[in-house]
Ligand binder design. Structure first.
Ligand SMILES: [Zn+2]
Length: 1015
């Protein structure tokens, strides 16, 4: 999936090492139905040790819990415990963890002996526990024994006990094949469904548990005999209980049901748009990742439960239907409807199933053995050719890069008018926002870069994610980090003109900034609740995941990296993996480095290292420590990373062949130079995920070198120095004066990467000052920005520009200039707007300047309505979105309030744009506090549309709070978050938000005086 909104937020997560019982939570009191997921440590009811093990034993051995009395069960304790481990090993092999992190090799004799010893030890502990009084480990000693089963199993909707106690489904049953038949009604916005699931019982059990949400079940049979379905709504689970144990083997479960087409953007949902003749058109589409397949059909909705699917859809004649596989037949039914049947799918996870019923048009082309088609609403059928060309080239590239041909006979790309994510990689049926798929006359090379990136990302998922899938959401990064990495890598090779390297550098800087917070989490992190699953779709899984892969690739030979990827994909095709499986494939190809050991330090601990360099003559001492912005006395300073430390020096600094490498894995190290070089630059092209402090002398030498010759380092290294000095200033390691010293060299800088990075950093400070209403410092900071960038701002052309990097730089410079009311910029923007209007909008404004030009116009009350009309009429989505940003940049408070409401209700602006509208409103002083009030007042409505934990909601929270820097605002934000309780309080974004405000306050305390002195 591509979350699309560029400012994703990372959230904290406790990393818990794999343990024997990792998949299972401790025993909790589920007797009282809780609307949220009661796995918080505070909610855990401490049970006697023996009781805990008993429940686990039951969970796996299917005792009849209603008949089992506690005393007799306790006597079975040891047996249950032992059975559990052996059963899992033998019959549910695909659901047990393969190897502990950090090991790849086959078990040696030594390990076998160790294993036997461990088993003896475990058995001894069990025996000791068995013979101890059963209350020995309870908090309250022997006087408290309350172990009725009603306290352990939740109560189903019909009042019976629900026979399962965990969020993850039992491993004793797995699906093999689904027959799904659906009949959506686009008038009543409901659908009827029937599903027939062939299941395999892997170990004897008295229950079958699966997922289902928001549906009315009318009828259910098991092996053609009627059965009662129990439902436990809070966990979206249904179950069937049997009086006798089901023996190992295959069975068929049939369920007939109906449901409403969803009004949010997940499950099987209804979407609509107004066509150019003003008629409202409706359609139905799906978005299942991560946990919404269960809203469309009852299923085993976990990524490891792969199965095949045969899908049939009944539709009215004016619509077409699409699904993952090619259509086999289309039959006219007596009631006038058509029934489309699709080929049986390959083995795949439920979250990748998809279907669309709509009135779309398409263009197609054969690429190798695959029929590639791009679908859009009929009004936009002329905008699909760019996507068709792009996906064709990328498909050929991936087919040959992975040495595994795309396995399906067709691949559809579909633009959905009302879509929340950027895109979704459903196997064979990739769905997109229209903005990330369609390219029209008004699209600029930057817009094409976006469309190409999203297509490249989703196409990479057809291998990373679809063919090989993470076992559980804790390793989501295996999907998302890899697809993100492949998107940049493939575009660099196939579309070099799109200048993607600078964009990748920008997102790495963003990931570093987010990972510097205590509220961050490790790339591979413990995930239990649905909210936590949703929160994994963040910068750590995507951008940090991609960054550590880049670092590994830069460290291995490119071909070694590719061979490792191919080995991994071939070995695990159609199955599931964990991080260690990937590292092991690289280890097989690379004998010199322990890849698993090295990469585990990057994916299993949060944060990244700060490398401090101190040079004395020919000797360079290096130290690494956790780069943590709010470190305090309780911070654990023992974290170490295995850093593939790269460096260049003044004698050779611009070519890849200049790079020297040191694997730095201890707290300190010494580097002995062979030449008396003038300076050293570490982290070549910022390919590594760390920040470097050169010390006073080291920085001075680099600054002098840049002042003498700006081209002494590649532009990515110059950008890296700028990024690092700002980060170090936030950490308190360098003064603001040091930043100003470095930025002096910018007078000779012409390249996009360093200039846009400096501009981004200064704009950030400017916004904080703006929100404090510190007008004096604001105006001094504005003058400072003009001193550095003014000449460049005034010399930018306003005509068509084909180079992406020039467009990136030009739009960044001119948007800042116009926003700060630089006269030259305002004048040029007005002229362009007038010419555009005078030509009746036939004369186009260059796409990269559209937002700057329209934002200037939108400040004029007279022009706002005509811009809004243009927004509503435009069929070019990139133009439409930039117009919306211009509209939301208004300083008029009434208009701001109106546009926020109109977007939330979806009346005049599509609701998926709410994160964008809020982010834009928050850039301006006038809208900032209003947006925060709006979010507080409309919280319940917002979380109806944007689920708790989703990236859209993360985005909304961070946009509205991240510019506060006062104690009063901190308290207000904290009070609001704590008032939410089960309406979202558990979100990790809240920790990030309050931490960010505290850091802003600290920064202001430390730097305001310096700014006053030096600006
Ligand atoms: Zn993705």
């Amino acid at each position: 999936m591509d979350p699309f909104e560029s400012e994703r937020a990372p959230l904290p997560r406790n990393m818990i090492e794999n343990s024997m019982f990792e998949e299972e939570p401790d025993v909790v009191d589920l007797g009282k139905e809780s609307p949220s997921y009661p796995i918080d440590s505070d909610d855990v009811v401490y049970e006697p040790r023996s009781s805990r093990l008993l429940v686990r034993g039951l969970g796996e051995n299917d005792m009849d819990e209603e008949e089992e009395d506690y005393e007799s069960s306790a006597r079975l304790l040891g047996m249950s415990f032992m059975n559990r481990s052996s059963n899992q090993r033998s019959s549910a092999a695909s659901y047990t963890r393969q190897q502990p992190s950090g090991t790849c090799s086959m078990p040696s004799a030594k390990k076998t002996v160790l294993g036997v010893l461990m088993l003896i030890l475990v058995a001894s502990i069990v025996m000791v526990i068995y013979f101890l009084p059963r209350c020995t480990f309870s908090k309250d000693g022997c006087h408290k024994v309350n172990n009725s089963m009603e306290n352990i199993y939740p109560v189903a909707s019909n009042g019976e006990l629900f026979p399962w106690t965990m969020l993850k489904l039992p491993a004793s049953v797995r699906p093999i094949h689904y027959n799904i038949s659906l009949q959506p009604n686009l008038t009543t916005m409901t659908f009827q469904g029937s599903v027939s699931i062939r299941i395999m019982v892997l170990q004897e059990t008295k229950r079958v548990v699966l997922h289902s949400s928001d549906m009315m079940i009318h009828d259910a049979t098991f092996e053609n005999k009627p059965v009662t379905i129990l439902e436990y709504k809070p966990w979206q689970q249904i179950a069937i209980k049997f009086s006798d144990e089901l023996q190992k083997g295959q069975y068929v479960l049939n369920i007939e049901y109906s449901a409403n087409l969803s009004n949010s953007y997940d499950g099987f949902y209804n979407s609509s748009y107004i066509d150019t003749s003003g008629i409202k058109r409706v359609l139905a589409a799906t978005q299942f990742e991560p946990l919404a397949a269960r809203k469309a059909f009852p299923c085993f909705d976990e990524p490891a439960f792969k199965a095949s699917f045969l899908i049939k859809i009944k539709r009215e004649p004016e619509y077409i239907s699409l699904s993952n596989m090619p259509k086999v037949s289309s039959t006219k039914l007596p009631n006038g409807l058509f029934e489309d049947e699709f080929e049986k799918t390959v083995n795949m996870s439920t979250y990748l199933v998809a279907f669309v019923v709509a009135n779309f048009s398409s263009v197609s082309r054969n690429v190798s053995d695959t029929l590639v088609s791009v679908y859009a609403v009929p009004d936009k059928k002329d905008q699909v050719l760019y996507a068709l060309d792009t996906v064709s080239k990328l498909l050929q590239f991936y087919n040959s890069f992975f040495e595994i041909p795309y396995p399906l006979r067709k691949l559809d790309l579909v633009g959905i008018p009302d879509f929340l994510a950027g895109a979704m990689e459903n196997w064979g049926l990739i769905t997109f926002r229209e903005t990330t798929l369609l390219v029209g006359n008004h699209s600029s090379p930057m817009d094409k870069q976006l469309v190409t990136s999203v297509i490249a990302h989703e196409l990479a998922h057809q291998w990373f994610g679809n063919l090989v899938t993470m076992r559980w959401w804790n390793d989501l990064w295996l999907n998302e980090g890899f697809a993100t990495y492949m998107q940049y890598m493939s575009i660099k090779k196939v579309f070099p003109e799109l200048d993607i390297d600078n964009e990748f550098l920008r997102v790495r800087f963003q990931a570093l900034a987010e990972d510097a917070l205590n509220s961050s989490h490790s790339v591979s992190a413990e995930v239990t609740t649905p909210e936590q699953v949703a929160e994994m779709f963040d910068s750590m899984s995507y951008e940090k995941g991609a960054s550590v892969l880049l670092m590994l690739n830069a460290n291995l030979k490119e071909e070694v990296f590719r061979k490792g990827v191919i080995d991994y994909l071939k070995k695990f095709s159609y199955s599931n993996t964990e991080s260690v499986d990937l590292w092991c494939s690289f280890s097989l190809m690379e004998q010199h480095i322990n890849v698993t050991e090295m990469m585990n330090t990057w994916t299993t601990q949060k944060g990244f290292p700060l490398v401090s360099v101190k040079r004395t003559g020919m000797q360079v001492s290096l130290t690494q420590e956790h780069f943590l912005l709010n470190a305090n006395s309780t911070t654990d300073h023992s974290n170490l990373w295995h850093i593939p430390l790269t460096y260049v020096n003044d004698t050779c600094s611009k070519l890849d062949s200049c790079v020297q490498l040191l694997l730095f894995k201890t707290k300190t190290a010494t580097l002995n130079l062979t030449d008396n070089v003038k300076w050293l630059k570490f982290n070549y092209k910022n390919n590594g995920f760390y920040i470097v402090d050169y010390g006073v002398d080291g920085w001075a030498a680099l600054i002098e070198a840049l002042n003498n010759d700006v081209n002494v380092l590649p532009q990515m290294d110059r950008a890296s120095l700028i990024n690092n000095v700002f980060a170090l200033s936030r950490l308190g390691k360098v003064s603001f004066r040091q930043i100003l010293n470095l930025l002096v060299y910018l007078k000779n800088e012409t390249e996009a990467a360093p200039l846009t990075e400096a501009l981004t950093q200064l704009n950030h400070i400017l916004r904080l000052l703006d929100k404090r209403s510190d007008l004096n410092l604001m105006s001094r900071m504005t003058s400072y920005i003009f001193t550095i960038f003014g000449k460049l701002m005034d010399s930018q052309s306003w005509g068509e520009e084909t180079s992406v990097s020039k467009q990136t730089l030009r739009s960044a410079l001119l948007e800042t200039a116009c926003n700060l009311d630089r006269p030259n910029c305002i004048e040029q923007a007005k002229t362009l707007y007038d010419q555009w209007k005078a030509s009746n909008k036939t004369k186009t404004i260059p796409g990269d300047l559209l937002r700057a030009v329209l934002s200037v116009a939108a400040q004029n009350k007279e022009f706002w309505p005509e811009l809004f009309e243009n927004y509503q009429r435009s069929i070019f989505d990139s133009e439409k979105r930039k117009t919306l940003e211009a509209l939301a940049s208004t300083q008029d408070v009434h208009t701001i309030m109106w546009i926020l409401q109109a977007t939330l209700s979806g009346s005049d602006v599509q609701t998926p744009e709410l994160p964008l509208v809020i982010r834009t409103v928050c850039r301006q002083f006038a809208g900032y506090l209003h947006a925060w009030d709006f979010v507080k007042e409309n919280w319940d409505k917002i979380v109806e549309k944007f689920p708790i934990g989703s990236f859209a909601l993360q985005n909304i929270i961070m946009s509205t709070t991240s510019q506060f820097s006062s104690k009063m605002h901190l308290e207000e934000v904290e009070n609001f978050f704590s008032s939410l309780k089960d309406r979202g309080f558990q979100m990790r974004t809240f920790q990030e938000a309050t931490e960010t405000i505290k850091l802003n306050m600290q920064w202001m305390d430390k730097n305001l005086a310096t700014l006053r002195t030096w600006l």
